[in-house]
Design a protein around this ligand. Structure first.
Ligand SMILES: O=C(O)c1cc(=O)[nH]c(=O)n1[C@@H]1O[C@H](COP(=O)(O)O)[C@@H](O)[C@H]1O
Length: 233
C-alpha cells in the first residue's frame, strides 16, 4: 500500500499496548506512523509486526549514529523488518552514510534512508555549545548536501530549512519535518516549529506530528483538522 498523505504520527508511548491503542484509533490509509527510541526499546520489533499487521507503513526512528559497519548492519536489520523508512544522524559522516546506503542497495532493500540534520529542539545557542557556530540553516544545508552526495533519500530537518533545501538539492529529496504545531497547539520542547500548512507550503514532503494528535481528546478529529488545513493550501 502507498499512502498519499504526508502525515506521519509519532507513537511516542511507553508500551506496545498504549501505542497500538492509539494506532487503532488512526486510519492507515490517512497517515503513516513513527516508532521511536522509547517505544522500540521497550517493545522490541514486535511492535513493528503489530503495526504492519494493521496496515500501517512505519518510519523506524532510531537515529543511528555509530561507526560505518555498525550503522550499516542496523539499517539492514531495520529494513529486514519491512519498515517504510529508517534514519541515521548525518553528523556520523560520509563513510557512515555511504556504508548504510551500500548495504541497502546490496540487499535490494527499498526502505527509505534519511538523515537527521539539526534536531528541531535545537536553536542557535544549543548549536554553539556543541561547536557549530554558523547557525541552524547553514548546518542543515551542509549536512543535507552531504546526505544527498551519499545517495540518501532525504533528511529530517525543520520546515524552516525546507524551502532552501528544495532550491539547492531538488524537490524530490525528501524533507521530513517534525516540530509541526497547529496554530492553537503548545510548542512543548520543540523550538523550530511551523503550522502544517506553512510547512507544506515551505517545501516539506512529510510532516511528523506527535503530541498535537496523540494527546488530543479525539486524535482522529485532530488529524482531520490538520487534513482540512492542508486541503486549504
Ligand atoms: O527524527 C525525528 O523524527 C525527529 C527529529 C527532530 O529533529 N525532531 C523531532 O521532534 N523528531 C521526532 O518527532 C516527534 C515530534 O513529536 P511532537 O513534538 O510530539 O510532535 C518526536 O517523536 C521526535 O523524536
Amino acid at each position: 500500500m502507498s499512502v498519499a498523505s504526508p502525515l506521519i504520527i509519532a507513537l511516542d508511548y511507553t508500551s506496545q499496548d498504549a501505542a497500538l491503542c492509539m494506532a487503532d484509533r488512526l486510519d492507515p490509509s490517512r497517515c503513516r506512523v513513527k516508532v521511536g527510541k522509547e517505544l522500540f526499546t521497550r517493545s522490541g520489533p514486535g511492535v513493528l509486526e503489530a503495526l504492519h499487521g494493521r496496515g500501517f507503513e512505519v518510519f523506524l526512528d532510531l537515529k543511528f549514529h555509530d561507526i560505518p559497519n555498525t550503522v550499516a548492519g542496523a539499517v539492514e536489520a531495520a529494513a529486514d523488518q519491512g519498515v517504510w523508512m529508517v534514519n541515521l544522524h548525518a553528523s556520523g559522516g560520509r563513510r557512515m552514510m555511504e556504508a548504510a546506503r551500500e548495504r541497502l542497495d546490496q540487499h535490494r532493500l527499498a526502505t527509505h534512508l534519511i538523515a537527521v540534520t539539526v534536531l528541531t529542539s535545537m536553536q542557535e545557542e544549543d548549536l554553539a555549545e556543541t561547536g557549530v557556530t554558523g547557525g541552524a540553516a547553514e548546518q542543515v544545508l551542509r549536512l543535507a548536501t552531504l546526505a544527498d552526495e551519499c545517495g540518501l533519500d532525504g533528511v529530517v530537518c525543520s520546515s524552516h530549512e525546507a524551502a532552501h533545501l528544495s532550491e539547492r538539492i531538488g524537490a524530490d529529496f525528501l524533507k521530513v519535518t517534525p516540530g509541526i504545531r497547529p496554530a492553537s497547539a503548545l510548542a512543548d520542547d520543540q523550538r523550530r516549529i511551523m503550522t502544517p500548512s506553512a510547512a507544506m507550503a515551505a517545501g516539506s514532503t512529510h510532516l511528523v506530528v506527535g503530541r498535537p494528535v496523540t494527546q488530543a481528546s479525539d486524535p482522529m478529529q485532530a488529524l482531520a483538522s490538520i487534513e482540512q488545513e492542508l486541503a486549504g493550501i
